[in-house]
Write a protein that binds this ligand. Structure first.
Ligand code: PRP
Ligand code: URA
Length: 209
């Protein structure tokens, strides 16, 4: 079974509280989501492999560590996933970006796919799927399905807030995908919104209703 990691660094928890706050305006919401995404990227890359190289300092030759292994790919789920993308790219500037467009039908809560554009070498990359909200899990499962159908094998999921129902659904459908969240909330309400959550992530990022 894949692991669920709650990124409980104090800076992440502090910023998440203001992200949740209904009084936080669009500008501050965007900035905070961007900052938390950067901090989460630090946690999610904790286990990427290193290799030793020799480096000449001004004083002596020494051994240094550099990142080795597979290259990274970032897969934001449109549209709200875009709100976290730049924050992750700041830390991983060499990563390529693929987009998966999905929205959740408000009646059925089922994901509807409307766009996919992936890097040509996506199967050679270790992928991080990015979306602020993991509610029923339908969107995350559909996005991971898209990637696996293309032949991708190394996938992690990154969310600001998850509901236990969504975590279980993703773990059941994709037991090989580790999930990193800033918070695991209580439950879903009757409309599939996370309680307490932060409301509609896309609407709060882009000022739509
Ligand atoms: C939100 C969110 C996730 C999805 C989560 O997107 O960003 O993609 O809902 O819900 P689920 O786990 O039940 O599938 P939404 O469908 O509102 O689209 P948007 O990003 O375009 O606003
Ligand atoms: N999508 C959101 O944006 N918020 C939720 O609480 C659930 C799904």
């Amino acid at each position: 079974m894949a692991k669920l990691v709650v990124c409980d660094h104090p800076l992440i928890q502090h910023k998440l509280t203001f992200i949740r706050d209904v009084r936080t305006n669009t500008k501050d919401f965007r900035e905070l989501v961007d900052e938390v995404a950067t901090l989460m990227a630090y946690e999610i890359t904790r286990d990427i492999p290193l290799e030793s190289i020799t480096v000449q300092t001004p004083v002596a030759e020494t051994e240094g560590k550099v990142i080795s292994g597979r290259m990274l790919g970032l897969i934001p789920i449109l549209r709200a996933g875009l709100g976290m993308l730049d924050g992750v790219v700041k830390l991983l500037p060499a990563a390529k970006v693929g987009h998966v467009g999905l929205f959740r039908d408000p009646e059925t809560l089922q994901p509807v796919e409307y766009y996919t554009k992936l890097p040509t070498d996506v199967t050679e990359r270790e992928l991080i799927v990015i979306d602020p909200m993991l509610a029923t899990g339908g969107s995350a499962i559909a996005a991971i399905d898209v990637l696996k159908k293309r032949g991708c094998t190394q996938i992690k999921m990154m969310n600001l807030i998850a509901a236990p129902e969504g975590v279980k659904a993703v773990q059941d459908a994709h037991p090989d995908v580790d999930i990193y969240v800033a918070a695991l909330d209580e439950r879903l309400d009757d409309h599939g919104y996370i309680i307490p959550g932060l409301g509609d992530a896309g609407d709060r990022l882009y000022g739509t209703k």
